[in-house]
Design a binder for this molecule. Structure first.
Ligand code: BG6
Length: 474
């Protein structure tokens, strides 16, 4: 007994971190385009610093990214060479609706993605499409304040329905919103939200969350109407929380932090708000506007499968002073002395992946898909431009073994695995190119210098064998 015969091996990217060409083909600006590299990035991402236009003196890495906009043919050819069965990608909302709410879609944008899908088809690679990956058209932020405004539901549904219809002959696996729980940690990235003085931040975030959840359910319904074969997934920024000590209060803290993420998936997979969330709103006086029909909308269209990203686990405590030893970035975490760390302080924990798979499967009893996993590391090409990334191979090997254990020993139903950044791309958290995940090296540095040439790393050849053996040869 091993992985299923039709296990979907592949890699993942997102439009905003790879395409570039941000003003080409009639595209409008979107959130990530406005995140500069440097110390202000985090403030903009958190919605604490308003920067809704490009500023002089800042460098915006998404502008050209890795120029996939012009190079996708070559890139897909290399994915095919590795034997990819699936390629996870996202569509850029503002490439298709430049303002986010235009009456008609931008034909050039649609044609661009159709060309990609044709290319994938040529190589027998199945697309797994994220409809919105950290992506809110800037016009919708300026005019409506992003997802905190209910109008975004209609605009998103119009956009999603358009692409579901347009690409129905090419795509059956769809994800509605990438890492939906990031909304609570980076509200600008997750929801196009910029806070004003005096805002009740938590209330705004949960209001935006409600809109996204309703929108996601509506789109799931439309997707099934367009093609009953369509498989619609939700997407969680995964990684469980460990209690710092076995003190019951620390364990309770870990449960509560897990629930911050599960909250979204509970609604998307089970079709209703969990009691602990409703109680929290009540207790903390958070007023979330819900329309009469929302309950029914959520109940009618749960997702077909559950996907998540997994890079690391996190460690939490009930005592604020324990966070003096904080590590990682997006989610607060205390350093776990049992685990090694990446150069960016993300703690490497393959067993945590197996445990996460089990937790998610126990909770939802739906097929799972690991849609992101990988090691962000600095690569140093030798004099011939070759990267011997044994550290990356080692990380991936351990994580693949972990998910095989979850399948073979624990009986988890796992559809597939797409490594993050199968080709080097711009890091979402830092904007760096030097934080590389790829099997394919892209000659580009943190200042935007380099030829953008692509080179196969050692891991490229290794992953090809992994796929060919359906995970038997690691
Ligand atoms: C996830 C995102 O948070 O992690 C990706 O879905 C992101 O967009 C990835 O790139 C890795 O994070 P980073 O910051 O290293 O790029």
């Amino acid at each position: 007994m091993g992985l299923r015969k039709d296990f979907l091996w592949g890699g993942a990217t997102a439009a905003n971190q790879s395409e570039g060409g941000v003003l080409e083909g009639g595209r409008g600006l979107s959130t990530i385009d406005l995140l500069p590299i440097g110390p202000d990035r985090r403030k903009v991402a958190a919605g604490e610093l308003e920067m809704l236009d490009w500023q002089e003196d800042y460098y915006y890495p998404a502008k050209e990214a890795i120029d996939m906009y012009h190079r996708y043919v070559e890139d897909i050819e290399m994915f095919a060479e590795m034997g990819f069965k699936v390629y996870r990608m996202s569509l850029s909302w503002s490439r298709i609706f430049p303002n986010g709410n235009d009456e008609k879609p931008n034909k050039e944008g649609l044609a661009f993605y159709e060309a990609i899908f044709q290319e994938l088809k040529k190589h027998n690679i199945q697309p797994l499409v994220t409809i919105a990956h950290f992506d809110v058209p800037v016009h919708l932020i300026k005019e409506y304040g992003g997802w905190k405004n209910r109008r975004l539901v209609d605009f998103y549904v119009r956009y999603a329905s358009t692409v579901l219809q347009e690409f129905k002959d090419y795509v059956t696996y769809w994800l509605t919103i990438n890492e939906i729980n990031v909304l609570l940690h980076q509200p600008f990235v997750g929801g196009g939200i910029v806070f004003q003085e005096g805002d009740n931040k938590e209330e705004i975030q949960y209001q935006a969350a409600h809109h996204q959840l309703v929108a996601s359910a509506l789109v799931t319904k439309v997707a099934h109407e367009i093609n009953p074969e369509n498989k619609i997934g939700c997407m969680l920024a995964g990684g469980s929380h460990y209690p710092y000590t076995c003190k019951p209060e620390d364990y309770q803290e870990a449960i509560n932090r897990d629930r911050e993420g599960y909250f979204f998936i509970d609604v998307q997979a089970r079709g209703k708000y969990p009691n602990y969330a409703l109680k929290k709103f009540q207790r903390e006086g958070l007023t979330i506007q819900m329309e009469a029909e929302d309950e029914e909308i959520l109940a009618a269209s749960p997702v077909d499968f559950v996907t998540f990203s997994y890079y690391c686990s996190r460690t939490v405590s009930s005592r604020p002073e324990d966070y003096a030893q904080a590590t990682g970035n997006l989610f607060p975490s205390i350093k776990n002395d049992y685990l090694p760390s990446t150069e960016w302080g993300w703690q490497i924990d393959p067993l945590g992946l197996r445990n996460s798979l089990n937790q998610l499967y126990d909770r939802y009893q739906k097929p799972l898909f690991i849609v992101e996993n990988g090691l962000g590391a600095v690569d140093r090409p030798d004099e011939n431009g070759y990267v011997e990334d044994d550290y990356r191979i080692d990380y991936l090997k351990q994580h693949i073994q972990a998910f095989k254990d979850a399948v073979e020993i624990d009986g988890v139903d796992l559809l597939g695995y797409t490594t993050w950044g199968c080709i080097d791309l711009v890091a979402a958290s830092t904007g760096q190119m030097s934080k590389r995940y790829g099997f394919i090296y892209v000659d580009r540095d943190d200042e935007g210098k380099g030829t953008l040439n692509r080179t196969r790393k050692k891991s490229f050849h290794w992953y090809k064998k992994v796929i060919a053996s359906n995970g038997e040869t690691l």
